[in-house]
Design a protein around this ligand. Structure first.
Ligand SMILES: C[S@@+](CC[C@H](N)C(=O)[O-])C[C@H]1O[C@@H](n2cnc3c(N)ncnc32)[C@H](O)[C@@H]1O
Length: 287
């Protein structure tokens, strides 16, 4: 009787262990799907700046606007680690409740189209990380659980990985001054909020707080629909801040070997110079 109970216990434990191992292996693979553009972006950065490797002190912080389930941040962490590129802290911004409502008065043609088509392609509340984690990971039922799970997935030291929850128009103006003081100028900014309104707000926040400086890299994840010069989306935000803040860029386009090395995506930008916001002169150095 005792031994059959013991066998049953071992059987259940083994099954639970198996499910756990499968999940541990499958979850990161699922999250990393679609990260090829970031891998290429790191290759572009290194091709242009081999001196980035083996730096003695970290290059600066990484800021990502649009974390979702952490696949993008994990890709940066993995790719930089493989190439011995050290950076400081990670700052991930997301509502963790999905996309916002489209402002009915939006001036962005793509957002107007999304509204007119009744949000068929992308709807408010879509890409809801909390919901996705609840479906995939039984232990996630609060924002704290979600952040813990993200830290585990992303794999950067926990005390240097920070999340700011909320829609950008609400969360960014309310950041406590001590948190702003801990943010170091960007080694890299990753804009992955898909829309113009989800890019321009974060851009202005970074510039007003002296967090983009000569040497900062900038990556946009969604230039496929609204590219540079399209007048919509991330491409429009890029053009506006470039003009408004007199930013001069170094630009690196991915060359597709299967298409006669035609330039394509991703494009990685690096700030050469900019007109700093008032009060920023002192902080305008990377590191
Ligand atoms: C495409 S997903 C990000 C994907 C992620 N970077 C990755 O590589 O897996 C876009 C994310 O941006 C967030 N987002 C978009 N606009 C936002 C806004 N205005 N405020 C807060 N979060 C926003 C959504 O919640 C969603 O999680």
């Amino acid at each position: 009787m005792h031994s059959s109970l013991a066998f049953e216990f071992i059987g259940v434990t083994m099954k639970a262990l198996f499910v756990f191992v499968v999940w541990i292996v499958a979850m990161p693979a699922k999250l990393l799907f679609g990260q090829v553009p970031r891998m290429r972006a790191v290759a572009l950065m290194l091709e242009a700046h081999p001196e980035l490797r083996n730096n003695a002190s970290p290059h600066g912080d990484i800021f990502e606007f649009g974390v979702f389930t952490g696949g993008g941040l994990r890709a940066w962490v993995d790719e930089f680690a493989k190439r011995a590129i050290k950076f400081g802290q990670l700052w991930g911004f997301d509502s963790f409740k999905g996309m916002p409502d489209v402002d009915p008065n939006t001036s962005d043609p793509e957002e107007q189209r999304i509204r007119q088509r009744g949000h068929r392609e992308v709807a408010p509340g879509q890409l809801n990380a909390m919901q996705r984690f609840r479906e995939e990971v039984a232990s996630v039922s609060s924002l704290d659980d979600l952040h813990r799970e993200l830290r585990r997935i992303i794999g950067h030291p926990w005390d240097r990985t920070h999340f700011i929850s909320g829609f950008y128009n609400e969360s960014l103006p309310r950041l406590p001054p001590e948190m702003l003081r801990r943010m170091k100028p960007a080694f890299l900014v990753d804009f992955d909020g898909d829309w113009y309104s989800s890019t321009i707000g974060p851009w202005e926040f970074l510039l007003a707080n002296c967090l983009v400086v000569p040497g900062s890299f900038v990556y946009y994840d969604d230039l496929q629909e609204c590219g540079l010069g399209s007048g919509c989306g991330e491409g429009r935000a890029h053009a506006e801040v470039t003009a408004r803040h007199h930013i001069k860029w170094e630009r690196h386009d991915w060359r597709d070997p299967r298409r006669n090395n035609r330039s394509g995506l991703p494009i990685v930008f690096r700030v050469l110079s900019l007109r700093p916001a008032p009060g920023c002169r002192r902080r305008l150095v990377l590191q």
